[in-house]
Design a protein around this ligand. Structure first.
Ligand code: NAD
Ligand code: TYD
Length: 352
């Protein structure tokens, strides 16, 4: 193996797509997937590559100081792609401290483990931190976009914890010379997303004739990017981004929540052979989320110009592909709803 890459949070939604891309594309790398398997971690996302010779899974917590230091020593890690996080805004409102523990302390702990392991020889090393556009706060309906120079203005405990972790990453670069790179991405959608997030939640509810909760009036805007395009961007930035730099990643694809859900309902009517308009009757406006950011929109021109990345899919095509995936993989959703997905680790790994 030429390089050992530690991917944290690889059993989660985006992490599993990044792990698969790297395992398949780089047979010379050993990919170490470190994940605590919280409620959001699902090794069932990675069944297809679980036995690949260049892949290994380690169950562990990024907040555990001794464990992470040992991991860096035992695997001689060359690069880190750090995705492990508490990621759901609504959960950050009900349990903010869990977000501070994992997103802030966990990230600082990983940075520290990398600094100690790499001290004296940081050449050829890289610590890549995956962040979110939510650190920039909210935009008005004024046609402006988040650029990399935008002042941080987080509003939820989730975005505040991610903003804090970004600051620690930059501080380790400026203070200790750690070779870091950061990207801030817009909302992802696609296969294997935990069904607490808007799109898989709505697909599940429509399929099962359950009401679709829309916060407030549904007028909040998100910029949606297909998760596989995010994984491709992570590959490009990990290999070609410049140390100390930040890259924004986005789909240039703004939708109000209500328009998005109406479009999804039309696709679901078609796929389920329902009369057009049937699924939309499930839309239910509910109490707004506290501190709900009005609009996110990313300017990804730096990444497009400097590193040549661009999204590969139009949103309507991506949404239809996504619906097809959830309908073709109903076991995946059922295993989450009934809790069976958390037994996969016990079955496949514990006795190895
Ligand atoms: P996710 O919630 O689906 O997955 C997170 C993973 O991290 C899970 O597998 C979980 O088990 C693991 N994890 C949580 N706490 C851990 C800990 N203490 N130690 C080790 N592992 C732990 O999240 P996601 O949507 O895939 O997001 C991945 C990253 O991308 C996050 O850092 C998130 O902030 C960022 N991001 C997400 C989006 C999005 O739309 N989902 C957009 C931009 C950025
Ligand atoms: P979400 O998928 O939670 O992502 P984020 O909060 O990180 O943007 O939510 C996307 C948008 O959908 C956001 O504006 C909140 C809204 N939303 C609903 O209206 N109803 C829901 O049940 C959920 C989960 C989200």
């Amino acid at each position: 193996m030429r390089k050992t890459i530690l991917i944290t949070g690889g059993a989660g939604f985006i992490g599993s797509h990044v792990v698969r891309l790297f395992v398949n594309k780089y047979p010379d790398y050993l990919i170490v997937n470190l994940d605590a398997l919280t409620y959001a971690g699902n090794l069932g996302n990675l069944i297809d590559i679980a036995d690949a010779p260049n892949y290994t899974f380690v169950k562990g917590d990024i907040t555990d100081e001794r464990f992470t230091a040992d991991l860096f020593r035992s695997f001689s890690i060359d690069g880190v792609i750090h995705l492990a996080a508490e990621s759901h805004v609504d959960r950050s409102i009900s349990d903010p401290l869990a977000f501070i523990r994992t997103n802030v302390f966990g990230t600082a702990n990983l940075l520290n483990a990398a600094k100690e392991a790499w001290k004296g020889d940081m050449a050829e090393k890289r610590f890549y931190h995956i962040s979110t556009d939510e650190v920039y706060g909210a935009l008005a309906f004024d046609g402006t976009f988040f650029t990399e120079n935008r002042k941080y203005d987080p509003h939820s405990p989730y975005s505040a914890s991610k903003a804090s972790s970004d600051h620690f990453v930059r501080a380790y670069h400026d203070t200790f010379g750690l070779p870091v790179v950061i990207s801030n991405c817009s909302n992802n959608y696609g296969a294997n997303q935990f069904p607490e997030k808007l799109i898989p939640l709505a697909i599940h509810n429509i399929k099962n004739n359950i009401s679709i909760p829309i916060y407030g009036k549904g007028e909040n805007v998100r910029d949606w990017l297909w998760v596989n395009d995010h994984a491709r961007a992570i590959d490009v930035i990990f290999h070609s981004g410049n140390n100390g730099e930040t890259y924004n990643i986005g789909g240039n694809n703004e939708w109000t929540n209500i328009d998005l859900i109406r479009a999804l309902c039309r696709i679901m009517d078609k796929k389920l052979s329902r009369e057009i308009g049937t699924s939309a009757q499930l839309i239910t406006f509910v109490k707004d989320r506290a501190g709900h950011d009005l609009r996110y929109a990313i300017d990804s021109s730096k990444l497009q110009r400097e590193l040549g990345w661009e999204p590969s899919l139009q949103f309507e095509e991506g949404l239809e592909k996504t619906v097809d995936w959830y309908l073709d993989n109903q076991n995946w959703l059922e295993n989450i709803i009934n809790g069976d997905y958390q037994k996969y680790y016990e079955k496949q790994y514990k006795e190895r």
